[in-house]
Write a protein that binds this ligand. Structure first.
Ligand SMILES: [Zn+2]
Length: 116
């Protein structure tokens, strides 16, 4: 742990940020799911080239979905750290993570030193 008894950052502010990002990701996932349906319906009537395009788009959509799930998992872990009051501490060296860094990515798990 860092300095005993000190909460390094305003964790409520970051909790709000994390929850907002989480909702954003869930919305994007929902949008992606909705927009996939018409592509599948069209597949029988479209040519070979556009079918390839459609498959490529599907692969891209799947990769993006995987990224979103990975981000969601990071966000959930960060929310867990807020719960157990270890939020804002580097998972590697347990020093405080710079607040600027947390503002850029509230789910950051490592300080700049450990990351590089
Ligand atoms: Zn560190």
């Amino acid at each position: 742990m860092g300095k005993a008894g000190l909460i390094p950052v305003n964790s409520e502010q970051f909790r709000q940020l994390l929850i907002a990002r989480r909702q954003e990701l869930l919305d994007l996932s929902q949008l992606a799911t909705d927009s996939r349906k018409p592509v599948e319906l069209d597949q029988q009537s479209i040519g070979r080239l556009s079918r390839q395009d459609a498959l490529q788009q599907q692969a891209m959509a799947k990769a993006q979905e995987n990224l979103r799930r990975r981000d969601l998992a990071r966000i959930d872990r960060a929310l867990g750290r807020i719960e157990d009051e270890s939020y804002g501490l580097c998972l590697e060296c347990e020093e405080d993570i710079a607040e600027k860094r947390l503002l850029v990515d509230p789910a950051t798990e490592l300080c700049l030193v450990c990351k590089t």
